[in-house]
Design a protein around this ligand. Structure first.
Ligand code: FPP
Length: 246
């Protein structure tokens, strides 16, 4: 594995975990087998990210659009999620990981919500990496929800029109208080954002790999992070400005 520079790691890594179905199909297996293997990758990536010192890891586990999948697959995914959260609490405690979710919680089955609440409460005092699962999450829906909350505050006079800026709007998003992702990985060769963190990814470096999520190993994670470390993040400035510090 290549050597990583600890001071140049992304502060917030976001991942679109894709390709579980294709991984299974290539092996003539059922899609759910791909998702189960995908959960093993989640474990590996969570623990390695935490070990490396990444502060925030956000995983796209279930989109607002994923409810349109066949009922059996949706049920199987919900059951995998519930089991993952329940089983992982003790490992999260050992690794000092704080658990969090973003998305429309009202859509989730009550038993999943119960495990989510338990994991959030148990890990609330942890000070290491924050692991966020995006569940029933859609970026446009999140922005519309934020706009609605802000409109209500404006109408009630709790916020003045002149105070509305990017930082204020950010506080109405599910990710309020978190730094925005500086690196996004998407597996399985698709080169789309797919309604993930639309506002927050404005300046993120993007990385696409052909590897399907179940095959995304620790070595693949290191490869992606090395790629990130070789990039120059200019935020609209010129390269000269960055190097001269003006
Ligand atoms: C994409 O594969 C993956 C998902 C829709 C869900 C990701 C879920 C997991 C990795 C398992 C549960 C998650 C956690 C956090 C325990 P796909 O089905 O879209 O693959 P395809 O595009 O090849 O069909």
């Amino acid at each position: 594995m290549r050597t990583l520079q600890p001071e140049k790691l992304p502060r917030h890594l976001a991942i679109i975990m894709d390709g579980n179905g294709r991984w299974a199909k290539e092996r003539m297996l059922r899609r759910i087998v791909g998702h189960r293997k995908g959960v093993e990758t989640v474990r590996t990536v969570v623990e390695e990210s935490s070990r490396l010192g990444i502060r925030y890891l956000t995983l796209f586990a279930f989109s607002s659009e994923n409810w349109l999948r066949p009922k059996t697959e949706v049920r199987a995914l919900m059951s995998l999620l519930k089991r993952y959260i329940k089983m992982e609490i003790s490992r999260m405690m050992q690794n000092n990981i704080r658990f969090n979710i973003i998305g429309n919680r009202d859509d989730l089955p009550p038993d999943v919500n119960r495990e989510v609440d338990a994991a959030i409460a148990r890990t609330a005092g942890n000070s290491g990496m924050t692991l966020t699962l995006a569940l029933s999450y859609g970026g446009r829906q999140e922005i519309i929800r934020a706009a609605g909350l802000l409109a209500a505050d404006l109408a009630a006079g709790r916020v003045a029109q002149a105070a509305v800026d990017e930082a204020l709007f950010d506080g109405y998003l599910f990710t309020a208080g978190m730094p925005e992702p500086d690196f996004l990985i998407r597996t399985s060769g698709e080169m789309r954002i797919s309604n993930f963190l639309l506002w927050q990814l404005a300046y993120a470096e993007l990385y696409f790999t052909e590897v399907n999520w179940p095959d995304f190993s620790k070595a693949e994670l290191h490869k992606a992070l090395c790629d990130f470390q070789a990039r120059e993040r200019r935020f609209g400035r010129t390269s000269d400005q960055l190097h001269k510090g003006n």
